[in-house]
Design a protein. Structure first.
Ligand code: ATP
Ligand code: MG
Length: 196
């Protein structure tokens, strides 16, 4: 499951847990993006903060792992590279790529889209506010899965922190504490983030 995870929240975790259970997956690997090419001109928190938050949020689940492949690769993150790297690390594995309805809508605009469906089977999950549809994608390339609705986004969490509103219960407790410790999303000092 790729994402910016800025910050990771319970929508991500429910999606991963639900797909893990429904598909009987051995593990779900969270892959924080390096430089997200769709998010140019947005301020994205440092990769190490996003990586550490993802580790903190997933540490207690034995089926959840975090990979550094995207943050350790220079340049913009393309999912085709992510999947090729994971394939090299797990040559025998059957790979699935978990994505929310919003990202699935855009998948045809992703780089090297023809390669993507050969590298992994895609699983699109429902997300409040978006229509989950796979007709625009090659037949058999995608499974559509209904998951419990979590109307949570990282953008909303960042806005709440900036406005002084709580993010308790939207993100794991350790993430509330990590955000406070590092002073993320307060908007006073944008030097903590990197403008791509
Ligand atoms: P941002 O608002 O910064 O874009 P986000 O909440 O969309 O953050 P991402 O890191 O962009 O989080 O998303 C990673 C993946 O998780 C994407 O495939 C996205 O569709 C999916 N996802 C995020 N939030 C949810 C949610 N609440 N329910 C289902 N899927 C989600
Ligand atoms: Mg998003």
């Amino acid at each position: 499951m790729g994402g910016t995870f800025d910050p990771i929240h319970h929508g991500h975790l429910v999606a991963a847990s639900e797909v893990q259970a429904q598909f009987g997956l051995e593990q779900v690997i969270f892959v924080p993006t390096g430089q997200p090419w769709q998010k140019t001109h947005e301020v994205v928190s440092p990769a190490e903060d996003r990586y550490l938050m993802t580790v903190v949020a997933t540490a207690s689940n034995p089926r959840f792992q975090v990979s550094r492949v995207d943050i350790d690769r220079a340049g913009p993150t393309y999912t085709a590279d992510t999947l090729a790297d994971l394939r090299a690390l797990y040559p025998e594995a059957e790979l699935y790529f978990i994505t929310g309805a919003d990202a699935l809508e855009q998948i045809l605009s992703w780089h090297r889209v023809d390669e993507l469906f050969e590298l992994a089977h895609f699983i699109g999950v429902t997300r409040p506010g978006y229509q989950l549809a796979g007709e625009h994608l090659p037949k058999g390339a995608v499974s559509l899965v209904e998951i419990p609705a979590m109307a949570i986004s990282s953008t909303g969490c960042r806005q709440r922190v900036r406005a002084g509103l709580p993010v308790w219960y939207l993100v794991p407790d350790g993430i509330v504490q990590y955000i406070a410790k590092r002073g993320l999303y307060r908007g006073e000092d944008d030097s903590a983030g990197v403008e791509w």
